[in-house]
Design a binder for this molecule. Sequence first.
Ligand code: PRP
Length: 177
Amino acid sequence: MGVQPEPQILFSKAEIAAAVKRLAVEIKKDYQGKHPILIGILKGSFVFMADLVRLLDFPLEVEFIQLSSYGRGRITPGKLKVVQGLRSSIKGRDVIVIEDIVDTGHTIAFLMDYLRKKKPASLKLCALTDKPSRRQVPVNIDYLGFTVPDKFIVGYGIDWDEKFRHLPDICFIEVEE
Ligand code: PRP
């Protein structure tokens, strides 16, 4: 293995816990009694989703979906497709999509279109982090944890080349592009 970049903390686990708590309060206020379905986008959302749902003490369901992006570069979007779909119907249901990071916006724009066609009663987006400096398509984020600078973000579920997902803090790394 070559030299690994050294992650620097951007948001500590205490700051993350406070942000997740804040988001849970907002979501609880809007969805209590509605029995929503939370859809996590794999893989990056798994840590965030696990912490978030444990603060939502009302009935809800969880689902996961995984997309693949063939031939994707950092700037150019690849061709997106769903590789693991939903196991239950969302027709007429209140749906909240859980994402780890909105970057160019292509992934979430594609996914929201895909889900909208399945006729949910409502569809909202909860994102842990947003990197608006790199946006290529407009995205409306209903519940947001942190705005992040144009740096390579890792940790708390987010990877660099499948590494660093396990870090408890949200960090950045300096990498050659
Ligand atoms: C990351 C992240 C978002 C997407 C955001 O996923 O989880 O889904 O990129 O990028 P965009 O706004 O430029 O489309 P990635 O493809 O790295 O997969 P992963 O979640 O499995 O790490």
